[in-house]
Ligand binder design. Sequence first.
Ligand code: FAQ
Length: 311
Amino acid sequence: EDAALAARFQERVDAEERIEPNDWMPEAYRKTLTRQISQHAHSEIVGMLPEGNWITRTPSLRRKAALLAKVQDECGHGLYLYAAAETLGTAREELVDQLLSGRAKYSSIFNYPTLTWADIGAIGWLVDGAAIMNQIPLCRCSYGPYARAMIRVCKEESFHQRQGYEIMVTLARGAPEQKAMAQDALNRWWWPCLMMFGPPDGDSQHSDTSTKWKIKRFSNDELRQKFVDATVPQARFIDLTLPDPDLRLNPETGHWDYGTIDWSEFKQVLAGNGPCNRDRLAARRKAHDDGAWVREAALAFAAKRRARAAA
Ligand code: FAQ
């Protein structure tokens, strides 16, 4: 690669200029962004499944309307993100194929089951809360299409987070059984949510280059800490207990110190051995197969239109 082009590229990034699809960029920049954006897209699409599980069993019509809207938003985010990834030169069909064949990653968090209604509250509160923490800085990502997509996505995630927290507030102030259900969901989702931010900084292989290229603005551990600090008072407000006996305010740093994360669990989930990995991929494959007729019809229609235009 041309060293002068690479230097010019880095200058533009350092000057906070946005890189656009037709601009020159290092191959490794294109590759890591395609990786991250497509993983993000897959996460949105697979992320519809745990909550989709409860659409037919919401406790009220109002809850159903909100949950339906949220899950539809996630689908929209996925499509938006596939479109952003495509601007880097890989076709959506190829990206989807990577997911369905098990070659692509998606967020570890979506490999956990939604056992009770309270899980829908916990996902909105914690999973969307973590997603926002990670995505707000991505609104300033050096790659234009990704940064712009994130602005709208973050606005919607913020509504999702409130929706989830409000479910938790309602349960936590309800009957003892409801409060117990909320606590149980918090117990199960807390640690996996901390893992969403990725491996500890020392083990994060992409962080150095992604920071240099201003894809990442904060490290995995920095965002994880921000999330813990933001969530502790929210849990206290509804009188729920975070399942971490080591959690305490550090008077020197002003941050909440937390206990040791079980990274072996994270590795197992990434290796395909989480509680729901197989179910999630099976559901996506079935949806893809069931939708084959739509793709065929769309292609046939496009071919007809082309033939008509040529005639
Ligand atoms: N799960 O070197 P790093 C949502 C992988 S929110 C699985 O630190 P990087 C909204 C990583 O890919 C969730 N894999 O990597 C929603 C890499 O593997 P690779 C999606 C993980 O990229 C809410 C390896 O470990 N959000 O969907 C995870 O610098 C509710 C080494 O890691 C995004 O994708 C993990 N948790 O930092 C939807 C945000 N963590 O690729 C429905 C955009 C790490 O070499 C319902 N992504 N890995 O094979 C990012 O910000 C970054 O990619 C990080 C990882 C921070 C996730």
